[in-house]
Design a protein around this ligand. Structure first.
Ligand code: HEM
Length: 177
Protein backbone atom coordinates (compact mmCIF):
# COMPACT_ATOMS: atom_id res chain seq x y z
CA UNK A 1 0.00 0.00 0.00
CA UNK A 2 3.06 2.31 0.08
CA UNK A 3 2.61 4.89 -2.74
CA UNK A 4 6.16 6.22 -2.27
CA UNK A 5 8.32 3.10 -2.62
CA UNK A 6 8.23 -0.72 -2.73
CA UNK A 7 8.70 -0.89 1.05
CA UNK A 8 5.56 -2.27 2.75
CA UNK A 9 4.42 -5.07 5.05
CA UNK A 10 0.92 -6.55 4.47
CA UNK A 11 0.40 -7.07 8.23
CA UNK A 12 1.13 -3.39 8.91
CA UNK A 13 -1.16 -2.28 6.05
CA UNK A 14 -3.91 -4.41 7.63
CA UNK A 15 -3.22 -2.76 11.00
CA UNK A 16 -3.48 0.75 9.46
CA UNK A 17 -6.77 -0.16 7.77
CA UNK A 18 -8.13 -1.51 11.05
CA UNK A 19 -6.92 1.56 13.00
CA UNK A 20 -8.64 3.89 10.50
CA UNK A 21 -12.04 2.40 11.37
CA UNK A 22 -11.72 2.34 15.18
CA UNK A 23 -13.76 4.43 17.66
CA UNK A 24 -10.47 5.84 18.97
CA UNK A 25 -9.64 7.29 15.55
CA UNK A 26 -13.20 8.72 15.26
CA UNK A 27 -12.75 10.34 18.70
CA UNK A 28 -9.46 12.07 17.82
CA UNK A 29 -10.71 13.06 14.35
CA UNK A 30 -12.87 15.72 16.09
CA UNK A 31 -9.70 17.60 17.03
CA UNK A 32 -8.25 17.57 13.52
CA UNK A 33 -8.71 21.36 13.14
CA UNK A 34 -6.09 21.67 15.88
CA UNK A 35 -3.61 19.35 14.17
CA UNK A 36 -1.11 22.26 14.02
CA UNK A 37 -1.11 22.31 17.85
CA UNK A 38 -0.19 18.62 17.99
CA UNK A 39 2.49 19.12 15.31
CA UNK A 40 3.89 21.99 17.38
CA UNK A 41 3.86 19.90 20.60
CA UNK A 42 5.45 17.00 18.73
CA UNK A 43 8.27 18.88 17.06
CA UNK A 44 9.00 21.01 20.16
CA UNK A 45 9.05 18.01 22.53
CA UNK A 46 11.17 15.98 20.08
CA UNK A 47 13.65 18.88 19.96
CA UNK A 48 13.75 19.04 23.79
CA UNK A 49 14.36 15.28 23.94
CA UNK A 50 17.19 15.34 21.39
CA UNK A 51 18.87 18.43 22.86
CA UNK A 52 18.76 17.28 26.49
CA UNK A 53 19.83 13.70 25.76
CA UNK A 54 22.65 14.91 23.50
CA UNK A 55 24.15 16.96 26.34
CA UNK A 56 24.19 13.91 28.67
CA UNK A 57 25.41 11.52 25.94
CA UNK A 58 28.28 13.84 24.96
CA UNK A 59 29.39 13.95 28.61
CA UNK A 60 29.09 10.14 28.84
CA UNK A 61 31.41 9.67 25.86
CA UNK A 62 33.96 11.98 27.51
CA UNK A 63 33.26 15.55 26.33
CA UNK A 64 33.69 18.28 29.06
CA UNK A 65 34.72 15.88 31.84
CA UNK A 66 35.16 18.79 34.28
CA UNK A 67 31.34 18.92 34.60
CA UNK A 68 29.85 16.29 36.95
CA UNK A 69 27.76 13.78 34.98
CA UNK A 70 25.40 13.33 37.93
CA UNK A 71 24.70 17.08 38.22
CA UNK A 72 24.25 17.39 34.45
CA UNK A 73 21.85 14.43 34.46
CA UNK A 74 19.79 15.88 37.34
CA UNK A 75 19.22 18.99 35.19
CA UNK A 76 18.82 17.39 31.75
CA UNK A 77 17.23 13.95 32.15
CA UNK A 78 13.80 15.09 33.47
CA UNK A 79 13.56 17.14 30.22
CA UNK A 80 14.49 14.07 28.19
CA UNK A 81 11.81 11.97 29.92
CA UNK A 82 9.19 14.76 29.61
CA UNK A 83 10.12 15.35 25.95
CA UNK A 84 9.85 11.62 25.19
CA UNK A 85 6.42 11.34 26.87
CA UNK A 86 4.96 14.37 25.00
CA UNK A 87 6.56 13.28 21.67
CA UNK A 88 5.16 9.74 21.99
CA UNK A 89 1.64 10.93 22.95
CA UNK A 90 1.42 13.73 20.35
CA UNK A 91 2.89 11.40 17.70
CA UNK A 92 0.23 8.79 18.50
CA UNK A 93 -2.51 11.45 18.11
CA UNK A 94 -1.00 12.57 14.76
CA UNK A 95 -1.08 8.95 13.60
CA UNK A 96 -4.73 8.65 14.67
CA UNK A 97 -5.73 11.75 12.66
CA UNK A 98 -4.96 9.82 9.47
CA UNK A 99 -3.46 6.36 10.10
CA UNK A 100 -3.02 5.37 6.45
CA UNK A 101 -1.56 8.68 5.18
CA UNK A 102 0.93 8.75 8.07
CA UNK A 103 1.73 5.03 8.35
CA UNK A 104 2.46 4.38 4.67
CA UNK A 105 5.51 6.66 4.67
CA UNK A 106 8.62 4.62 3.86
CA UNK A 107 10.48 5.61 7.03
CA UNK A 108 7.56 5.34 9.48
CA UNK A 109 8.34 1.78 10.67
CA UNK A 110 12.13 2.37 10.68
CA UNK A 111 11.43 5.46 12.84
CA UNK A 112 9.31 3.39 15.29
CA UNK A 113 12.06 0.72 15.43
CA UNK A 114 14.74 3.35 16.19
CA UNK A 115 12.56 4.92 18.93
CA UNK A 116 12.14 1.48 20.52
CA UNK A 117 15.90 0.84 20.35
CA UNK A 118 16.63 4.33 21.76
CA UNK A 119 14.33 3.70 24.73
CA UNK A 120 15.77 0.19 25.31
CA UNK A 121 19.33 1.56 25.12
CA UNK A 122 18.48 4.20 27.74
CA UNK A 123 16.89 1.58 30.03
CA UNK A 124 19.87 -0.79 29.58
CA UNK A 125 22.31 2.03 30.40
CA UNK A 126 20.57 2.81 33.69
CA UNK A 127 20.14 -0.89 34.53
CA UNK A 128 23.62 -2.22 33.66
CA UNK A 129 26.03 0.76 33.68
CA UNK A 130 24.41 3.66 35.64
CA UNK A 131 25.48 7.28 36.00
CA UNK A 132 27.89 6.81 38.96
CA UNK A 133 29.92 4.21 37.04
CA UNK A 134 29.96 6.42 33.92
CA UNK A 135 31.30 9.48 35.82
CA UNK A 136 34.73 8.40 34.54
CA UNK A 137 34.19 7.40 30.88
CA UNK A 138 34.64 3.65 30.23
CA UNK A 139 34.20 1.51 27.12
CA UNK A 140 30.67 0.29 27.93
CA UNK A 141 29.40 3.76 28.80
CA UNK A 142 31.06 5.35 25.75
CA UNK A 143 29.44 2.74 23.51
CA UNK A 144 25.98 3.27 25.03
CA UNK A 145 26.37 7.08 24.74
CA UNK A 146 27.49 6.96 21.10
CA UNK A 147 24.73 4.46 20.26
CA UNK A 148 22.16 6.73 21.91
CA UNK A 149 23.26 9.73 19.80
CA UNK A 150 23.16 7.63 16.61
CA UNK A 151 19.69 6.21 17.39
CA UNK A 152 18.05 9.57 18.22
CA UNK A 153 19.64 11.32 15.25
CA UNK A 154 18.33 8.38 13.19
CA UNK A 155 14.81 9.01 14.52
CA UNK A 156 15.05 12.65 13.37
CA UNK A 157 16.40 11.59 9.98
CA UNK A 158 13.52 9.15 9.44
CA UNK A 159 11.00 11.79 10.62
CA UNK A 160 12.43 14.34 8.18
CA UNK A 161 12.43 11.83 5.31
CA UNK A 162 8.78 11.02 6.05
CA UNK A 163 7.85 14.71 6.21
CA UNK A 164 9.58 15.38 2.88
CA UNK A 165 8.20 12.29 1.09
CA UNK A 166 5.97 13.20 -1.85
CA UNK A 167 4.54 11.28 -4.76
CA UNK A 168 6.67 12.56 -7.64
CA UNK A 169 5.03 14.09 -10.70
CA UNK A 170 6.78 11.37 -12.73
CA UNK A 171 4.94 8.59 -10.87
CA UNK A 172 1.65 10.50 -11.35
CA UNK A 173 2.39 10.62 -15.04
CA UNK A 174 3.20 6.89 -15.05
CA UNK A 175 -0.02 6.09 -13.17
CA UNK A 176 -2.21 8.12 -15.54
CA UNK A 177 -0.75 6.47 -18.65
C1 HEM B 1 10.42 10.20 20.92
C2 HEM B 1 9.86 9.91 19.81
C3 HEM B 1 9.74 10.76 18.56
C4 HEM B 1 10.57 11.73 18.03
C5 HEM B 1 11.91 12.19 18.57
C6 HEM B 1 9.92 12.24 16.83
C7 HEM B 1 10.43 13.23 16.01
C8 HEM B 1 9.73 13.83 14.98
C9 HEM B 1 10.16 15.01 14.22
C10 HEM B 1 11.47 15.76 14.45
C11 HEM B 1 9.20 15.27 13.30
C12 HEM B 1 9.20 16.44 12.28
C13 HEM B 1 9.62 15.91 10.92
C14 HEM B 1 9.32 16.87 9.79
O1 HEM B 1 8.15 17.18 9.57
O2 HEM B 1 10.27 17.27 9.11
C15 HEM B 1 8.16 14.28 13.46
C16 HEM B 1 7.02 14.23 12.68
C17 HEM B 1 6.04 13.31 12.84
N1 HEM B 1 6.00 12.29 13.78
FE1 HEM B 1 7.36 11.91 15.19
N2 HEM B 1 8.74 11.55 16.66
C18 HEM B 1 8.59 10.65 17.69
C19 HEM B 1 7.57 9.76 17.89
C20 HEM B 1 6.49 9.61 17.05
C21 HEM B 1 5.46 8.62 17.19
C22 HEM B 1 5.42 7.56 18.30
C23 HEM B 1 4.59 8.81 16.15
C24 HEM B 1 3.35 8.06 15.79
C25 HEM B 1 2.90 6.99 16.40
C26 HEM B 1 5.05 9.94 15.38
C27 HEM B 1 4.41 10.47 14.29
C28 HEM B 1 4.83 11.57 13.57
C29 HEM B 1 4.09 12.17 12.46
C30 HEM B 1 2.75 11.70 11.95
C31 HEM B 1 4.85 13.24 12.00
C32 HEM B 1 4.50 14.22 10.83
C33 HEM B 1 5.27 13.82 9.60
C34 HEM B 1 4.80 12.50 9.04
O3 HEM B 1 3.76 12.45 8.38
O4 HEM B 1 5.48 11.49 9.30
N3 HEM B 1 6.22 10.39 15.95
N4 HEM B 1 8.51 13.42 14.48
Amino acid sequence: MNPYSDFSFPWFDAFLLWLSGTELRAFFYRFEDFDWLFVFAHVASAAVLLGSILIVDLRIIGVTREISLRKLAVLALPWSVGGAIVALLSGAVMLLFDPIAVGVHTYFLPKMALILLGLLNALAFHRFINLEAAETPNAGARFAGALSIALWVGVFLCASLNGAERISSTSHAELSR
